[in-house]
Write a protein that binds this ligand. Structure first.
Ligand SMILES: C[S@@+](CC[C@H](N)C(=O)[O-])C[C@H]1O[C@@H](n2cnc3c(N)ncnc32)[C@H](O)[C@@H]1O
Length: 234
């Protein structure tokens, strides 16, 4: 475990982080949830990288991690932050089975694992923060995640170098969904090198969020978004 982990995780939680990392390196690799080449670099590329997202998650927030896979970044946030309530959303059974086992073994009573797609929760639940990492380009992610964002909440997606291009490509969808201007932020300075990039999107007017759009059947919404994108190109 790198020394910096002691700074990122509270002293009484660092053992949990270490055990989760061990589970990813063993069961996670055996079950095909993590590539074998990732095992030696789990701390740097995955655990610390996910933990620094904590900087943009308010105290006591409800968090939904969409497309969490083997628990990144949601499980790491839950380990670092017992003040949060965390919902991990993942459609694939193999992955949710692993997540359930981790939650049981580590005694993470503030974590709920939901097997399903983000869209399955639309209209049923909202959260203060909706996180994601490596799930979809922002343009598509908005349609999956914004209906889960509470009126004063935020989508917080971990992104790579493509972030500015993704923000540009998402311009039409951002307007359609009545989102505020996306903020591109760096987190983890002095912890991970390079720092991680996240994009944060809030509703432009919490009193007028896109619920009518969110309730639209998925096919109809996709058709409307496609037509809007086409108009933009022409
Ligand atoms: C490339 S993996 C990333 C996993 C994890 N976030 C990470 O950083 O390692 C993308 C994950 O998104 C999940 N996924 C794809 N579409 C989804 C949807 N509509 N709702 C929720 N999860 C989805 C996939 O099953 C997969 O586990």
């Amino acid at each position: 475990m790198p020394d910096v982990a002691q700074r990122v995780f509270p002293s009484d939680r660092v053992g949990l982080a270490s055990r989760y990392t061990e589970l990813l390196a063993t069961e996670g690799v055996v079950r095909g949830l993590i590539g074998p080449r990732e095992a030696p670099r789990l701390w740097d590329r995955h655990i610390l990288n996910s933990a620094v997202l904590s900087e943009v998650v308010p105290h006591g927030a409800s968090v939904c991690d969409v497309g969490t896979g083997a628990g990144l970044p949601g499980m790491v946030l839950a380990i670092a932050r017992p003040d949060l309530t965390v919902t991990l959303v993942e459609p694939l059974l193999r992955r949710t089975t692993f997540l359930d086992e981790v939650v049981d073994e580590l005694g993470l009573h503030h974590v709920t694992v939901v097997r399903g797609r983000a869209e399955d929760l639309h209209g049923a639940a909202t959260f203060d923060v909706v996180t994601s990492r490596a799930v979809a380009p922002l343009e598509r992610l908005l349609g999956w995640s914004m209906p889960l964002v509470a009126p004063t909440g935020a989508l917080v997606a971990m992104k790579g170098r493509s972030v500015e291009d993704e923000v540009s490509s998402a311009a039409v969808v951002l307007t359609t969904w009545r989102c505020g201007p996306p903020e591109v932020l760096e987190v983890g300075t002095g912890v991970v090198d390079p720092p991680s990039t996240v994009v944060r999107v809030r509703w432009s007017d919490p009193a007028r969020i896109g619920w009518p759009l969110a309730r639209e059947p998925r096919r109809r919404r996709q058709g409307r978004e496609r037509r809007a994108a086409k108009r933009e190109v022409n």
